[in-house]
Design a protein around this ligand. Structure first.
Ligand code: KG4
Ligand code: ZN
Length: 341
């Protein structure tokens, strides 16, 4: 089944074409206008989606040599995300489905992330553990099968990507700072400072606001010249601590739930330290590890097309008055069936 998909839940506008599980192409534009504000401004994000979406749709159809009459289904992210931003992609998708008389699927953004490593042709054996790490989410999920998810732990305050961005801002880096910190930290000495190991214990939740505050305190203690001199060391120490919490939770999850594989997804899944730590855990527990292509770690419509097509192909349909769902738990999802949802 050939589907056209839209993603607009935060600050990426993205359109993709996928046929029978194989990605034909996607165009993803990260909005740069938020840099001046140090974070995503919801109203500006919605306007920018509105300005971009038609253009990106035309370009994606042209680049994938797809005629509208070849499209057999339409998918769009319905949530979770920013309400105004979601409305643009969801309504645009509904409009195309309505005008072409095609089946429509309102997709879950995090279900898309969970399966994004399969877009490079691999199959992840179930049950598996998925670590979802982005600017908006930090969740450990047990994937029992496609459509059946158990949320094992989530952040009690900041998301891990948010901590990267806030620490970056503190040290004068532009937004979003995760990829830059990843590069700079590689040249630093993580032993320069030991940030407290927060949230030790057996529970599977996460917390990042304490770590962010600890970095702030340390920066305040130093002379500005020392901060400059040791910027890479501070970032390496921060990153070590940030990743240590993620891997600790992953280990506990493996020991408790005995998954058959591991995957990570979301913007922070592109992080080099996290990827190598997860590879090591995979080796320790003899579990295969799956990583999305780096271009598909960030929000994108390819992953929405992938999960949307699976549901449409199984006969599931969403009504054209399906609402946006800014908050939407993965646990509310069900396996696809021949129903309206
Ligand atoms: O999934 P995503 O595009 O959007 C959200 O749903 O938030 O993730 C963006 C987040 C930002 O916080 C960004 O700083 C972070 O992912 N990020 C990284 C890296 N690349 C992007 N964090 C750490 N290391 C990276 N290499
Ligand atoms: Zn995301």
């Amino acid at each position: 089944m050939r589907v056209l998909a839209f993603e607009s839940s935060c600050d990426e506008t993205s359109v993709a074409v996928l046929a029978d599980g194989v990605l034909k192409g996607h165009i993803t534009r990260t909005q740069t206008l938020h840099q001046a504000f140090g974070g995503v401004v919801p109203e500006l994000a919605s306007r920018s989606h509105l300005e971009q979406i038609l253009l990106l749709t035309r370009q994606t159809l042209a680049e994938t040599e797809t005629a509208l009459k070849q499209i057999e289904g339409v998918c769009a992210t319905a949530g979770p995300g920013l309400v105004g931003a979601l409305l643009i992609g969801l309504n645009f998708g509904k409009g195309i489905a309505l005008s072409l008389g095609l089946p429509f699927l309102a997709a879950h953004h995090l279900e898309g992330h969970i399966w994004s490593a399969e877009l490079n042709g691999k199959r992840i054996p179930t049950p598996f553990l998925a670590l979802l790490v982005s600017g908006g989410h930090t969740q450990l999920v047990l994937v029992e099968t496609f459509g059946r998810y158990r949320l094992l732990g989530s952040t009690r305050d900041d998301a891990v990507g948010e901590a990267y961005d806030k620490v970056g801002k503190l040290l004068g880096l532009s937004f979003p700072a995760g990829a830059t910190i990843d590069q700079i930290a590689a040249e630093g000495n993580p032993a320069y400072h030991r940030f407290p190991q927060l949230m030790v214990g057996e529970e599977l939740d996460f917390s990042y606001s304490g770590l962010k505050t600890a970095v702030l305190r340390q920066v305040q203690k130093l002379e500005p010249s020392e901060v400059q001199l040791h910027r890479a060391d501070l970032l390496a120490a921060f990153q070590e601590s940030a990743v240590a919490l993620l891997t600790a939770r992953l280990r506990t999850g493996i020991e408790r739930f005995h998954p058959r594989a591991l995957t990570i997804a979301g913007g922070v899944a592109a992080n080099s330290l996290l990827q190598s730590a997860v590879r090591d855990i995979g080796k320790t527990y003899s579990l295969p590890t799956f990583f999305p292509d780096s271009s598909l770690c960030l929000d994108n419509a390819a992953m929405i097309a992938y999960v949307g097509e699976k549901r449409l192909a199984a006969g599931q349909r969403s009504p054209l008055d399906a609402p946006v769902r800014p908050r939407w738990s993965l646990e509310e999802l069900r396996e696809p069936n021949n129903s309206i949802s």
